[in-house]
Design a protein around this ligand. Structure first.
Ligand code: 6U4
Ligand code: NA
Ligand code: NA
Length: 153
């Protein structure tokens, strides 16, 4: 690894549903995912998470809780993606489609793992169970995991 990018990922819950967005462009386009992106200079990681949630689906939340830390590496790529995962079941507003994401509620027992990043099926159930976790995933391309490590805290 020669550099790190700090990213956020926000999973909003409401009762037995979780909110995902279909990424319409850029990194991970065509996949359902939480909301998030790069933390910008001068903002905290939490501020970055709140900003991306607002920018990508027009929700605000003052009670995001950091529950996971995931590191993603891609074979032959020196950049490590340090992704801070937040969740909340308290938010304001209605999810709205934006240029980046098309939001949709999914029942927790019907999560579209086959159209998500491959790591999600390992750690999202932990989040849903209220656990905190830390993980590392090494990808080759976007559709194969070479190895991973995931622990609950
Ligand atoms: P710009 O450059 O502004 O369009 P920005 O929204 O800042 O992009 P983006 O969308 O590239 O950043 O951020 C990537 C998003 O994808 C973050 O929310 C983290 C998330 N992500 C990256 N790798 C992931 C993976 N393996 N599994 C996962 N989410 C991942 O569930
Ligand atoms: Na983003
Ligand atoms: Na961004």
């Amino acid at each position: 690894t020669t550099s790190r990018k700090v990213l956020t990922l926000v999973i909003i819950r409401k009762g037995s549903d979780i909110l995902l967005g279909m990424k319409k462009r850029g990194f991970g386009a065509g996949k359902w995912n939480g909301f998030g992106g790069k933390v910008e200079p001068g903002e905290t990681i939490l501020e970055g998470a709140k900003r991306e949630l607002q920018e990508e689906c027009h929700l605000t939340s003052d009670s995001l809780k950091e529950v996971g830390l995931l590191e993603f590496e891609f074979k032959n790529d020196p950049v490590l993606l340090e992704t801070h995962v937040f969740t909340s079941n308290q938010f304001q507003g209605e999810p709205k489609e934006t240029e980046e994401m098309n939001p949709q509620w999914f029942s927790m027992d019907n999560i579209p793992y086959q159209q998500m990043w491959l790591d999600d099926k390992y750690w999202l159930p932990l989040l849903i169970q209220g656990e905190q976790f830390k993980g590392y995933f090494l990808f080759e391309g976007h559709e194969r995991i070479l190895n991973y490590d995931l622990t609950t805290l």
